[in-house]
Design a binder for this molecule. Structure first.
Ligand code: A2P
Length: 290
């Protein structure tokens, strides 16, 4: 990867720009419009939003204001937990498209799996939702489909009924929280891994190990975290609403972490974990941030 527009490939053969601009916790309205527009002005061509972030309208507005053609931008949004099931999934996608003011998505993700401790029928609920995703994919409403925060057991269950396996699994991934078994499972099943909070929500940026490596390259801790994901073939989605950081987070193509540095980062103790994971999702998950 040498530039923002270089792509990872998904199992359906489509490319996805190698760094996405994340919008989790970006307030709707002026902040979201200005920061997404700033990202597009700085060369990002991949924007990641979600119905659950409540900022899809602003993302759509920023895309239109940017003057960059829709087809030159890769847009991901996610299906919220209240909309599970076949019919509701189709309607939820339509609503996201309406909010975005777009007529197709590049990638649509199930934001959180239904999990065993929330109901014995968790497999059926996920399977039914996924059937909706497959329909949207076949109808061309969404060019690629995937999941977020799914663990291997939930992917194994999905496999029993899926015609198409997810193209992507978006998970928390950063130095200090790397979920290696899950990443290996996804790689073995040709599922592209995306990293939400690749900077550990900013909490990894003060870590001495990360900073020592950054210093050795004359780079910042944020650069090291973004590079770390890329060198693991994991697609990072750094978030910032600060124009200088939005721009600076793209300066990651002029250095490489050594194999030893990667190993050091791989073996860091748990640092910056958000506390969010599939089995911890509350029942209604309405107030559940990510
Ligand atoms: P802000 O949005 O105020 O600029 P993550 O992508 O892991 O979720 O991390 C996002 C957090 O990291 C946000 O709080 C963001 O702050 C902060 N952040 C993003 N880029 C940088 C950077 N280059 N340097 C310092 N903090 C950053």
């Amino acid at each position: 990867m040498n530039r923002l527009t270089d792509t990872f490939s998904m199992a359906n053969g489509l490319g996805i720009p190698c760094i996405g601009y994340g919008t989790w916790q970006t307030p709707d309205g002026e902040t979201a419009v200005n920061s997404v527009k700033c990202a597009l002005e700085n060369g990002y061509r991949h924007i990641d939003t979600a119905a659950g972030y409540a900022n899809e309208g602003s993302v759509g507005e920023a895309v239109r204001l940017s003057g960059v053609k829709r087809e030159e931008i890769f847009i991901t949004t996610k299906h919220w937990v209240t909309e599970r099931g076949y019919e509701k999934t189709i309607a939820a996608c339509e609503e996201s498209l309406r909010q975005l003011g777009m007529d197709y998505l590049d990638l649509y993700l199930i934001h959180w799996p239904m999990v065993e401790k929330r109901g014995e029928n968790w497999r059926e609920v996920n399977a039914d939702t996924w059937r909706g995703f497959e329909k949207l994919y076949k109808d061309g409403k969404v060019k690629s489909i995937g999941v977020s925060n799914f663990l291997p057991n939930q992917l194994e269950a999905l496999k029993l009924t899926a015609e198409i396996m997810p193209h992507v699994n978006q998970i928390e991934f950063h130095p200090g929280y790397t979920q290696p078994e899950l990443v290996n499972y996804c790689k073995a099943h040709n599922i592209l891994v995306e990293a939400w909070s690749p900077l550990g929500c900013g909490k990894v940026l003060g870590d001495p190990t990360v900073n020592a490596i950054a210093e050795a390259h004359g780079k910042t801790a944020a650069h090291v975290c973004i590079r770390y994901a890329l060198q693991h073939d994991v697609l990072p989605l750094p978030k910032s609403v600060t124009p200088s950081r939005i721009a600076d987070n793209t300066n990651v193509f002029d250095f490489e972490l050594t194999a030893d540095e990667m190993k050091t980062l791989d073996s860091m103790p748990r640092t910056g974990f958000s506390g969010f994971y599939a089995e911890a999702a509350p029942a209604d998950a309405i107030a559940f941030g990510e």
